[in-house]
Write a protein that binds this ligand. Structure first.
Ligand code: FRU
Length: 397
């Protein structure tokens, strides 16, 4: 029975581990010709536990080869989320060590392209003695390193700097704004350009407190000078990165060779789990290239899937009613409410220049809807009954 269920629900082009539990993407980095996708993994079961870093590599971000576990939990504790940087021939992982009541930041070094890691003997490299201090994202800024890491319960993103990855200097913190109805987790911070101007994006996942109070991801647009993040717009209302409930803990690649900013999220939420008895639990979103656009005079983040859409709709904007695709799921645009939707999730969207452009990515257990301009998306994990067709057909209503 398991193999029948596996065949039916194994995604065709979304990464899943061969077996056992997976959550957050970790250590996304391009290093010596390969994209590395490490991930929160329980090598021993289909439930969360024994957290370690699983590992997969790819040259095109779509076809992944899973490799043996890269960083295994040890007697010292579990290996929580973090990032990786490419330093010459070495790949260096910066992760959170989780013990019963303490979370600290640690290093592990690989000299064989991420196949094996040795935990740094000087660990931890950053320990405040806090119970909820985790998910370091480290990246190169000018000639040194910056780490953004969260005090999860205090809803704070903390910025540190370092010359050597071992000694970290506190610079500033930012938080308690936007969505604050859950723990802040998995921060990311990076620059993007629009109209020849550099703008910084701070991504913060939070759980719960997202759309429908599930796990969710928000972002802030601002400026960063190596020390302080200053938002450009009001932070009273959250800006959602995704209007579905299943795009969580997502972060972007370091060292992308074509200077693209590529994002991958965990295609799930802490409230969802997997209702189906497959050999694995959890999938990743399709990788998305991030950019910026202006909507109503304000800069917003755009997301474009890096693969061709399964379905694409380009039509004159209807003046009323609903247009879309239906089958095991219903997706589309509602002209009366000016929203795009997947099932009963919707997002405000105003098509421009009289054209409606929707891209839909359908796999065995997911639907991702993007607007053609990338300004809006909805990601949902779906497990239709055994035997359901995944084909969608157009409809108007
Ligand atoms: C986010 C998260 C992280 C943590 C990891 C543990 O989903 O809770 O904050 O490092 O998962 O698996």
């Amino acid at each position: 029975m398991t193999s029948e269920i596996d065949n039916e629900y194994r995604p065709k082009f979304h990464f899943t581990p061969a077996r056992n539990w997976m959550n957050d993407p970790n250590g996304l980095v391009w290093h010596k010709g390969e994209y590395h996708l490490f991930f929160q993994h329980n090598p021993f079961g289909k439930e969360w536990g024994h957290m370690s870093w699983g590992h997969a590599v790819s040259t095109d971000l779509i076809n992944w080869e899973e490799l043996p576990v890269a960083i295994l939990e040890g007697e010292e504790g579990m290996i929580f989320s973090g990032s990786a940087v490419s330093v010459g021939d070495e790949l260096i992982a910066i992760y959170t060590l989780h013990t019963g009541n303490n979370q600290s930041q640690c290093l592990a070094i690989s000299k064989d392209n991420g196949r094996t890691f040795i935990k740094f003997e000087g660990n931890p490299v950053l320990d405040l003695g806090l119970e909820h201090f985790r998910d370091p994202k480290v990246f190169k800024y000018k000639n040194h390193w910056i780490m953004v890491v969260v005090k999860a319960e205090e809803r704070l993103a903390c910025f540190y700097s370092s010359n050597d990855l071992m000694n970290w200097k506190f610079e500033s913190e930012f938080g308690n704004v936007g969505a604050t109805g859950g723990q802040w987790e998995c921060p990311d911070l990076f620059p993007l350009n629009i109209d020849d101007e550099e703008v910084w994006v701070l991504i913060i996942s939070l759980n719960p407190g997202g759309i429908r109070n599930t796990s969710g991801t928000q972002y802030f647009i601002g400026d960063f000078d190596g020390k302080t993040f200053v938002p450009r717009y009001s932070t009273e209302e959250p800006r959602w990165f995704d209007y579905g409930s299943h795009n969580y803990a997502g972060v972007t690649f370091n060292n992308e060779p074509n200077n693209r900013r590529i994002f991958i999220g965990w295609l799930n939420s802490w409230q969802n789990g997997s209702p189906i008895q497959t050999s694995w639990t959890g999938a990743m979103t399709i990788p998305r290239e991030l950019g910026l656009a202006k909507v109503n005079g304000e800069i917003v983040v755009t997301q474009h899937p890096i693969c061709a859409a399964t379905y694409e709709l380009v039509i004159d904007v209807p003046t009323s009613g609903v247009v879309g695709l239906k089958g095991f799921a219903t997706v589309g645009y509602n002209a009366d409410t000016r929203t795009i939707f997947v099932e009963d999730y919707d997002a405000p969207y105003q098509p421009k220049d009289g054209k409606l452009h929707l891209k839909v990515i359908v796999d065995r257990t997911s639907v991702e809807l993007f607007t053609g301009d990338g300004t809006c998306c909805i990601t949902l994990a779906l497990f239709p009954p055994l035997g359901s067709s995944r084909e969608l057909t157009t409809f108007t209503q």
